[in-house]
Design a binder for this molecule. Structure first.
Ligand code: DI6
Ligand code: FE
Length: 403
C-alpha cells in the first residue's frame, strides 16, 4: 500500500460544521499506507505531497464509506410466506408465538451447510457493498445452540475473506428460545447463552454482545446476566430495546455502558437523558418499522434535542426487515422518521462507527482515519438519501486504490 492523492472532488468529510456534512469543494485527499494523511482544498495542498501519484476524480462526490452497524446477515431460508400472513392481518408477535418467526429461521439455518449459509450471506453483502458499505456488523441468533451460534459467527467472519469489507461479529444467542428449552428461558441462558459466549470469546469470534429484550424475547433480568458475563470478558454490549414494548432495555444498556440501544420505537422520552449522558448511540432501524407497518415513532425530537447520536442501519433479516440497501434505509429514515439527509448520512457513517466502537478508524474523512471512501454519481450528499434505488456508487477508495 503506497501513497496517493485523490483530487478534484466534493468531499463530505462528516466532520461536524454548520451544514453538518463538513463539505469541501475542490478537495484533495491524501492517502498513505491505508490511512488518510491530509484532506483540504487542493489549493492548500502542502508542497511535500507534490511528488506523489494522483488520481483526478472528475468533480465526484466523496463520502466516508458507509457502515451497516446492525444486521442479521447470516441465515438460512427466507420468510416470504410470513409476509403474506402479515398482509392478511397476522401480527409479527402472533406469528412468533405460533412457532414461526425467528424460530422458523433457526430451523432453516441449522439445516443449511456452511457453504449455503456463506453463499446467501455473500449475496446480501454484495448488495450492501454496491451501496458503498465497507463495514458490516453481523449478529448470530439463528443457531441457538453453542455450536450453531459459533458456526454463524465463523460464517460471518468468512465474508471478510471473500469480499472487500470489514465484518464485526456480535453474540446474539439471547435472541429467541429454541424449542428444546421451551418454558425454560433461564436454563437456556445458563446452559447456552453464557457458556457459549465464553467459548466464542475465547476463540476470538466475538466483538460485542447483544440480546432481544422483549416480551417474545428475554426479560431485563435475563439480559442482565448475559451482560454481566460480557463485562467480565471485557466485551461491549448493545441491545434490541423497545422495539415492540417498553421494558426499559435502553436504560439497561446504558447501565452497562452500552455501545448502542437499537430500534427504540417504544422508548419513553423520559429515558432519553440517560442515553445522552452515557453516550449510548440510538440505532434506528426504519426498515423494520416499515416492514412491520409500525406506527409508533421513536422519540426523534427528544433524541435530537438532547444530543443522542443517531445511527441508521438495515437490520437486514428474513423476518422484520428483509432489506439489503443501506441507502434505502437512509431514505426511509428521512421519509418515515423525519430525519434530515445530513442526519441520515451521519447515521450511516460517523454514528454507525461509534455504534461499533470503531470511531477512531472509520466514519469521517479526517487525518489518521482509514482510507475507506465511497465515490458517488451524485451532485450533493443530500442526493444519497433523496434518490430511491438506482446505482449511485461510482467506485470505492480503499487505501491508495480506486476500484
Ligand atoms: N428484532 C428484529 O427486528 C430482528 N431480531 C430482533 O430481535 C428480527 C429477527 C427475525 O424476525 O428473524
Ligand atoms: Fe435486529
Amino acid at each position: 500500500m503506497g501513497k496517493r492523492v485523490f483530487t478534484n472532488c466534493l468531499a463530505a468529510t462528516m466532520v461536524a460544521d454548520a451544514d453538518a456534512y463538513g463539505l469541501i469543494e475542490g478537495a484533495a485527499i491524501v492517502v498513505a499506507e491505508g490511512r488518510i494523511d491530509w484532506v483540504g482544498q487542493a489549493a492548500a495542498l502542502p508542497a511535500d505531497y507534490a511528488a506523489i501519484p494522483s488520481t483526478d476524480l472528475g468533480g465526484a462526490l466523496v463520502t466516508p464509506a458507509l457502515i451497516d452497524c446492525h444486521t442479521h446477515l447470516v441465515f438460512g431460508g427466507d420468510r416470504s410466506h410470513e409476509f403474506s400472513l402479515r398482509l392478511n392481518g397476522a401480527s409479527y408477535e402472533e406469528i412468533a408465538r405460533a412457532g414461526g418467526g425467528i424460530r422458523s429461521t433457526v430451523e432453516a439455518t441449522r439445516a443449511a451447510s456452511d457453504e449455503e449459509l456463506l453463499a446467501s450471506a455473500l449475496r446480501r453483502a454484495d448488495d450492501l457493498i454496491a451501496d458503498g458499505v465497507a463495514v458490516i456488523e453481523v449478529k448470530s441468533g439463528y443457531g441457538l445452540s453453542i455450536d450453531e451460534e459459533m458456526r454463524m459467527l465463523r460464517v460471518a467472519r468468512a465474508i471478510e475473506q471473500q469480499r472487500p469489507v470489514r465484518v464485526r461479529t456480535t453474540w446474539l444467542a439471547a435472541h429467541a428460545l429454541p424449542d428444546e428449552f421451551e418454558g425454560e428461558p433461564d436454563r437456556y441462558i445458563d446452559e447456552v447463552v453464557i457458556p457459549g459466549l465464553e467459548q466464542a470469546a475465547s476463540e476470538g469470534l466475538v466483538d460485542a454482545v447483544d440480546g432481544f429484550c422483549e416480551g417474545i424475547g428475554f426479560t431485563p433480568d435475563q439480559i442482565r446476566r448475559v451482560f454481566d458475563k460480557a463485562r467480565e470478558l471485557g466485551l461491549r454490549v448493545k441491545l434490541h430495546a423497545e422495539q415492540l414494548s417498553d421494558l426499559k432495555g435502553a436504560v439497561l444498556a446504558a447501565e452497562y455502558d452500552g455501545l448502542s440501544a437499537d430500534h427504540l420505537e417504544y422508548l419513553d422520552a423520559s429515558d432519553v437523558p440517560v442515553l445522552a449522558e452515557k453516550g449510548v448511540v440510538a440505532v434506528l432501524l426504519p426498515g423494520a418499522f416499515y416492514a412491520l407497518r409500525e406506527t409508533k415513532l421513536p422519540p426523534l425530537d427528544d433524541l435530537r434535542e438532547q444530543g443522542v447520536a443517531m445511527a441508521i442501519a438495515t437490520d437486514c433479516n428474513p423476518g422484520s426487515s428483509p432489506l439489503s440497501s443501506l441507502r434505502l434505509a437512509m431514505n426511509m429514515a428521512c421519509t418515515l422518521f423525519r430525519m434530515t439527509p445530513q442526519e441520515s448520512l451521519a447515521g450511516a457513517t460517523i454514528h454507525a462507527a461509534s455504534a461499533l466502537g470503531l470511531e477512531d478508524e472509520y466514519g469521517t474523512i479526517a487525518a489518521s482515519k482509514r482510507a475507506e471512501l465511497a465515490v458517488w454519481d451524485a451532485p450533493h450528499p443530500n442526493f444519497l438519501s433523496y434518490w430511491i434505488g438506482g446505482q449511485l456508487l461510482r467506485g470505492r477508495i480503499s487505501g491508495d486504490r480506486l476500484a
